[in-house]
Design a binder for this molecule. Structure first.
Ligand code: AMP
Ligand code: GLY
Length: 421
């Protein structure tokens, strides 16, 4: 089979490595992929947001199955466009990807169907938003409606900061069109858990839970990033929490999307907060998380391609989704300076024996060498029988990888270890 994967980060590299375990897979094309994928995929220079280019490539290269991984092509309708040409896909259609593409949509959906989430109001004019802030409980959370590369969320500790954030979003054009509508919501407290799930629109099969580390610096300080590391499973996601989530959140969400005529097929990502009143939804994503995927898929025992095809065919109920009884830790090596400005072009060397569990992201090929070319450059994942061993293993890998300009956090998994007590 010829497979196409849209995207070019560490998440896509983890998906590609897992898909390759299926013996039927002959070639995997990555659009655009990156220079660090090596033998794992044939990288084709078509941007992930170039929907026409993706469809043209797929139809000209006898693609049997396409996986659309990032949020923007999903929201732009890549799956709709590919399926119109008869190419089966993994991923939601645009009318379902809106669950991530519009915060106002997802908040209204949760309110309408009684799915637990933070209380909120939405606004499309600045004056009403500012007036509401006069009496809103502080701290408060302000979110741009549209996609904002994970940066459209501000937690304001004072009323003044809240007003500044609202002005910047709605009048300052900080997030372009994404910020013209905003959500102002209640500040929730509790540990966060990421749960990625497979769904065919009827059955939901959650993957092993995980914990992201979004802040740039040790001790969860500094700027928000795309994610500096992950561990799986997440110790806060107990059996009891999982049962509640299935009953109160996962199934109701899938049913709600059906009732709205927006059946969701693909990976539905639940960003949850375990509050004292139970689990609540912080955000939905219409795709695999990055770097959650880099710890979740290495623990997947079942065949990824079969599962992905089942989400499309509506046969997920009869398809095994089984995880290993182990732990994984992924440490992201980024360019020094990320998420602000950084230099590129430093050579990356990964010892041969580590290549199977190193996922390349911001990397390029230059004069036969792999060099850094982005903020988050790679993820090193170790799988072990216990969390401490997985953490130790991942940091040992980091030490063995050559990358002069690297920055990484030293405490990935520390919070999870504390949670195990
Ligand atoms: P999001 O982009 O929606 O994932 O939000 C980014 C981060 O902001 C989340 O991972 C949370 O840590 C935080 N956050 C979002 N919404 C809330 C909320 N209502 N209360 C507290 N923290 C929040
Ligand atoms: N790691 C968070 C996300 O993928 O949205």
């Amino acid at each position: 089979m010829n497979i196409l994967v849209v995207g070019g980060g560490g998440r896509e590299h983890a998906i590609i490595k897992k898909l390759k375990e299926n013996k039927q897979v002959e070639v995997i094309y990555a659009l655009p992929g990156n220079g660090g994928y090596g033998e794992d995929a044939v990288c084709v220079p078509v941007k992930a947001t170039d929907i026409e280019g993706i469809v043209k490539f797929a139809t000209e290269n006898a693609i049997d199955f396409a996986v659309v991984a990032p949020d923007d092509p999903l929201v732009l309708g890549a799956v709709d466009a590919l399926e119109e040409q008869g190419i089966a896909c993994f991923g939601p259609r645009a009318n379902a990807a809106i669950i991530e593409g519009s915060k106002v949509f997802s908040k209204d959906l949760m309110k309408k169907y009684g799915i637990p989430t933070a209380k909120y109001e939405s606004f499309d004019d600045l004056e009403s938003a500012l007036a509401y802030l006069e009496s809103a409980p502080i701290p408060t959370v302000i979110k741009a409606d549209g996609l904002a590369l994970g940066k459209g969320v501000i937690i304001a500790e004072t009323r003044e900061d809240a007003k500044t954030a609202v002005r910047e979003m709605m009048a300052g054009g900080k997030f372009g069109k994404s910020g013209e509508r905003i959500v102002i919501e209640e500040f929730l407290e509790g540990p966060e858990v990421s749960v990625l799930s497979f769904t065919d629109g009827k059955t939901v099969k959650p993957m092993i839970s995980s914990m992201d580390h979004k802040r740039a610096l040790d001790g969860d300080k500094g700027l928000n990033t795309g994610g500096m590391g992950t561990v799986a499973p997440n110790p806060h996601y107990t059996k009891e929490v999982a049962d509640r989530c299935m009953k109160e959140i996962f199934l109701p969400t899938v049913k709600a999307m059906n009732a709205e005529g927006r059946t969701f097929k693909g990976c539905l990502y639940f960003g949850l907060m375990i509050t004292k009143d139970g689990p609540k939804v912080i955000e939905y994503n219409c795709r695999f998380g990055d770097p959650e995927t880099q710890v979740v898929l290495p623990l997947l025992e079942s065949d990824l391609l079969e599962i992905m095809m089942a989400t499309r065919n509506g046969t997920l109920e009869d398809t095994p989704v089984v995880f290993k009884d182990g732990h994984a830790c992924c440490v992201i090596m980024a360019s020094k300076g990320y998420p602000e400005s950084y230099e590129k072009g430093f050579e990356i060397t990964v010892p041969e024996e580590l290549k199977a569990s190193v996922y390349m992201a911001g990397a390029a090929k230059k004069e036969g060498k792999v060099v850094s070319a982005g903020g988050r450059v790679l993820g090193a994942t170790a799988v072990a029988g216990s969390l401490p061993e997985a953490i130790k293993g991942a940091y040992k890998m980091v030490e063995q990888i050559g990358f002069e300009n690297a920055y990484y956090r030293h405490d990935i998994g520390k919070r999870a270890l504390e949670g195990v007590k």
